[in-house]
Design a protein around this ligand. Structure first.
Ligand code: SF4
Length: 333
């Protein structure tokens, strides 16, 4: 089946980190690789650059279109894009997935959209494509929210969460034509890597733990090292909780160095209390990249403030983490 996977142009980038993080659509690349493995023909288009929707719809002639909606700020653009897709192809099956769609699908429950993806796209999209190709109803596919004459309803949930090593590495080749446009802060071109998914903490403002039901899944060391080796010199690791398991983290750093994988620049995201309690990890990782930045969540300068957002860590840990990071020549973002 021909499938078009679309990264929309969010339009308004005045909020958030959009202008500084113009990154590859990694989630769509994972979905595309899973679709290829199932025998389908996906094409990824990034509408932030180059040709527009009409060109790609005419060129690829998809039977299934998937749109990613990663952030709540993108709802309006996704609704508009879905309406355009429907106008161009009244019969195409239109699926919307991504973090925002799964966490809060309500704004996307419109006539133009057939279904919303509520779980891992690498599992749901191939199952949906198989069902459509076989003429089965999408109601038979788990983890969807489908449009019916009575409104949107959920199909049955998926069972166990899939082990990340069963998810093939992303189809980066499908976005190579955009590679020189992707940048992160001052580094260009840039690559995104995911080594783990989810978070067991419970910060009140965060939807990551809620979507993942406080689970935390990790790729094996060998798969992570292969992915690092396949990527270019500037890398953003999208994990929300880098360095969560010290033994695995140490093993990855050592395996990267053994293989001679060294980056010009790395950016990772972690918690202050995690870093404050594992200074040896900072030392182990530091020479994996020439320049190395850590993106910390520093939500409050008081213990009361941190308690108010259920951070489950004291300000003392924030101070210690920054001191340690600076002492080991990390940049703090
Ligand atoms: S530690 Fe980070 S990812 Fe985890 S719940 Fe808190 S803000 Fe979210």
């Amino acid at each position: 089946m021909k499938i078009l996977l679309i990264r929309p142009d969010p339009g308004n980038e005045r909020f958030g980190l959009g202008p500084f993080f113009r990154m590859e659509p990694l989630g769509l690349e994972y979905v595309a690789q899973a679709l290829i493995a199932a025998g389908h023909e996906p094409l990824i288009v990034d509408l932030r650059f180059g040709r527009g929707l009409k060109y790609w719809m005419r060129k690829h002639r998809p039977a299934l279109v998937g749109i990613s909606c990663m952030h709540a700020l993108e709802y309006d653009q996704v609704v508009e894009l879905a309406t355009q897709v429907r106008r161009l192809s009244p019969s195409v099956f239109l699926l919307v997935g991504g973090h925002a769609a799964a966490v809060y699908p309500k704004p996307l429950e419109i006539e133009a959209i057939d279904a919303l993806c509520l779980d891992d796209g690498e599992e749901v999209a191939p199952a949906l494509a198989q069902a459509l190709a076989a003429g089965r109803s999408p109601a038979s596919v788990p983890a969807l929210r489908i449009r019916t004459p009575d409104g949107f309803v959920n199909t049955e949930p998926r069972g166990e969460r899939t082990c990340l090593d069963l998810v093939p590495l992303p189809a980066r080749g499908l976005v190579e034509r955009y590679r020189r446009r992707y940048h992160c802060l001052i580094f260009k071109p840039a690559w995104v890597i995911e080594t783990s998914r989810g978070c067991p903490y419970r910060c009140s403002f965060c939807s990551v733990w809620q979507l993942n039901e406080r689970t935390f899944r990790e790729r094996s060391v060998a798969a992570v090292v292969d992915d690092f080796a396949a990527c270019g010199p500037h890398v953003f690791v999208a994990d929300d909780l880098f360095w969560y398991h010290p033994a695995r983290s140490r093993e990855i750093a050592r395996a990267l160095k053994r293989r001679g994988v060294r980056k010009r620049w790395l950016l990772v995201q972690s918690r202050c209390d995690l870093v404050a309690s594992q200074p040896e990890l900072l030392e182990e990782w530091r020479d994996v990249a020439q320049d190395f930045d850590i993106f910390f969540g520093m939500e409050s300068a008081s213990d009361d403030g941190l308690e108010g957002v259920a951070k489950d860590a004291p300000v003392e840990a924030t101070v210690k983490a920054i001191e340690l990071a600076r002492a080991h020549r990390y940049g703090v973002v």
